[in-house]
Design a protein around this ligand. Structure first.
Ligand SMILES: Cc1cc2nc3c(=O)[nH]c(=O)nc-3n(C[C@H](O)[C@H](O)[C@H](O)COP(=O)(O)O)c2cc1C
Length: 407
């Protein structure tokens, strides 16, 4: 009989480990199915569900979404478990080492470091000031955004989360892209290492559908493959594109005859020169490479350890962000990602020098659990939290966040 991954883990570890306890606790804490199996609770839940459905129908008729976060997370959990437990806090503990999956690579330390690096900074509360209505809007490469928060690049989600037959790549991507647009921001269409060109072309159809409102990403493939994809991105009308340069370490996952590779400065220059579109280099973790990104003609960088999925024991992005911003702020657009879960995390990142942030795993949960509405709901929640954080730190504008708000 085939075993689930969890069953295999329990057997191989010879009992009930701490990790299994965390998994179970997370699942129970979040109200997973076992609780609902109790008859009375099930009936109460059914009545509750019916009420929610009626409320959703009324709201839909009025043109509003009544989707609630707990519903989105419940559906996400049902679809992704055990690949993702949809823990109350998405912190990389229960899923450590689970790549493919939702986790961080190997020990999972790099994923967790993203959260602990942000946690080290605290916000200074200030309440005597004139800031009545904080401004969260920005313009990024000519695109107006309602908030300095975008969807991160998340490719191969159906494969990573075992969603085959439940959510297609197209549905997933539609959720991300359309959800970002609903919230007034922008998302990325991803490129998978193993994807042939035809699959990439399918994803770019969504970019073309939302012309000018969806960005695209390319893996660090051979130069010829990258340039070929840049032409397609231009045709699809993406306003900018990124290459996750740090995927170079995942060559073993590329298809036979294809490759991903580290890029020389000469190759990066060639890529920047090959297009008028702003080129963003994702996976910058040092001041030295941030400066070099400017030299090669990149328009932006993403300070990122790829959500801790490519190299174990890297620092959290927030740990290196300030030094990078001190060196290149104003000369190149600085984006940052990793462990951003709340509006306060966004504000901390801006105070450290980011112009905007990207959010990965929380929006995967949003798209799988609620499609575009689920993604928009999570983004708007973060925007609301950002407004509160700005109000209580006396920050008027996300474009001018002082580092002095950090303790
Ligand atoms: C399932 C999954 C797939 C991802 N796929 C890609 C990818 O194809 N390209 C990329 O640049 N980053 C990818 N990432 C990393 C994200 O873009 C981002 O850097 C990271 O998720 C941010 O951290 P967070 O999830 O803690 O917000 C992926 C992350 C996850 C969880």
């Amino acid at each position: 009989m085939s075993q689930t991954r969890d069953e295999q883990e329990i057997r191989s570890e010879g009992g009930f480990s701490r990790r299994d306890f965390i998994k179970t606790a997370a699942a129970v804490g979040a109200g997973v199915l076992a609780v609902q199996a109790v008859g009375g609770v099930r009936e109460a839940n059914a009545a509750e569900e019916a009420k929610k459905e009626a409320a959703a129908a009324t709201a839909a008729a009025a043109g509003k979404s009544a989707l609630k976060l707990d519903q989105v997370l419940k559906v996400a959990r049902e679809k992704m478990y055990p690949r993702c437990r949809v823990c109350p806090e998405c912190d990389g503990v229960a899923c450590s080492g689970e790549v493919p999956g939702m986790g961080g690579i190997d020990s999972g330390a790099a994923f967790r470091n993203n959260l602990t690096a942000l946690e080290k900074y605290k916000l200074k509360m200030v309440t005597f000031h004139e800031v009545k209505k904080p401004d969260t809007s920005i313009t990024l490469f000519g695109v107006k955004l309602s908030m300095p928060i975008m969807s991160a690049v998340t490719g191969g989600v159906t494969y990573n989360m075992g969603l085959q037959g439940k959510v297609s790549e197209e549905e997933y991507m539609e959720g991300i892209v359309a959800g970002c647009i609903q919230a007034g921001t922008i998302g990325f269409a991803a490129d998978g290492i193993g994807d042939p060109l035809a699959v990439y072309e399918t994803r770019l159809k969504t970019v073309a559908k939302y012309r000018g409102q969806a960005a695209a990403q390319i893996k660090p493939r051979t130069q010829a493959e990258i340039i070929e994809r840049i032409r397609l991105i231009e045709q699809a009308g993406a306003p900018f594109f990124a290459i996750d340069i740090d995927s170079a370490g995942r060559a073993s996952r590329a298809l036979p005859g294809r490759t991903v590779e580290p890029k020389s400065l000469k190759q990066l220059k060639e890529i920047a020169k090959s297009t008028k579109l702003p080129f963003i280099i994702k996976g910058i973790m040092t001041v030295d490479e941030a400066k070099k990104a400017i030299d090669v003609g990149a328009a932006g960088i993403v300070v990122s350890n790829h959500g801790g999925r490519v190299l174990d024991h890297t620092p959290g992005s927030a740990q290196v962000l300030a030094a990078i911003a001190d060196s290149v702020k104003g000369k190149i657009v600085i984006l940052s990602d990793g462990g951003i879960r709340y509006g306060a995390d966004v504000l901390k990142s801006l105070a450290l020098g980011a112009d905007a942030v990207l959010v990965g795993r929380p929006l995967i949960r949003g798209s799988v659990g609620g499609g575009p509405e689920g993604v928009a709901l999570i983004l708007k929640k973060m925007q609301g939290e950002l407004v509160v954080s700005m109000t209580l730190t006396g920050t008027a504008d996300v474009k001018k966040v002082s580092r002095s708000i950090l303790v």
